[in-house]
Design a protein around this ligand. Structure first.
Ligand SMILES: *Cc1c(COP(=O)(O)O)cnc(C)c1O
Length: 219
């Protein structure tokens, strides 16, 4: 599917949900994609991208950012604490704040660097053992702790379990965000971004629908 088709579908979903055109930010998830596909999307004028791994992003984006101005890079994958500094220097937003240790590290580095990317707290809405994120029951306390560290928490992020109705998870995330006074909702991927928009997504993370299937699988 072309970038234009995805953008049109997003606008239709915004419209159907009674939301303003442009209310939803499309993050084009470029992980593991051949560089020519990424450049093709940049050439079409798109500037908002997502990467899963800091290492991969660091190998790819500094050079692209020199050639294309105003790239807005979102790091959306699980983050090891020892990669936090690199992530903060590279990304304009990080969608995987999922534990106190990482929050403390971000807070310390934010002091040192004098700046901090926008942060999204990842919530493990399906309570899956293998998945990152705070449990729904712990989310309010965790958000409060992050705010008391002066971290710029902009919203929440989730990845629903593959075998469940995503709408239930999106609705749960929206509810947790609302009661914590958070406006950002990073939810919805290639298969379900329209559902996510109907339930209030402000950021959708779409990879394969734009770029085609990934050459090698990555979680
Ligand atoms: C890979 C990835 C996506 C994009 O997935 P698609 O199904 O290809 O759209 C979105 N969010 C996260 C966290 C990802 O790792």
């Amino acid at each position: 599917m072309s970038l234009q088709e995805i953008t049109d579908r997003i606008h239709q979903a915004e419209n159907a949900a009674g939301r303003a055109k442009g209310a939803v930010k499309l993050i084009a998830v470029s992980k593991v994609q051949p560089i020519d596909r990424v450049e093709a999307v940049l050439e079409q004028g798109h500037r908002v991208f997502g990467e899963n791994r800091v290492q991969e992003a660091a190998g790819k984006w500094p050079a692209l950012m020199k050639r294309y101005s105003d790239v807005d890079l979102h790091l959306i994958g699980p983050l090891q604490t020892n990669k936090a500094r690199q992530a903060m220097e590279l990304g304009h937003a990080i969608h995987a704040l999922d534990r106190p240790k990482l929050a403390n590290t971000f807070a310390r580095l934010a002091q040192e660097l004098g700046t901090c990317p926008d942060l999204f707290v990842q919530v493990n809405t399906g309570e899956e053992a293998q998945k990152a994120g705070v449990l729904p029951a712990d989310a309010d306390d965790f958000v409060k702790d992050c705010k008391s560290l002066d971290l710029p928490v902009r919203g929440l992020m989730c990845i629903p379990p593959v075998d469940e109705e995503p709408a239930l998870h999106f609705a749960l995330l929206a509810k947790i965000a609302a009661r914590n006074g958070l406006e950002g909702l990073s939810m919805g991927m290639s298969g379900d971004f329209e559902t996510a928009i109907a339930l209030g997504a402000t950021h959708v993370r779409v990879g394969s629908a734009i770029f085609g299937e990934r050459v090698k699988p990555q979680g």
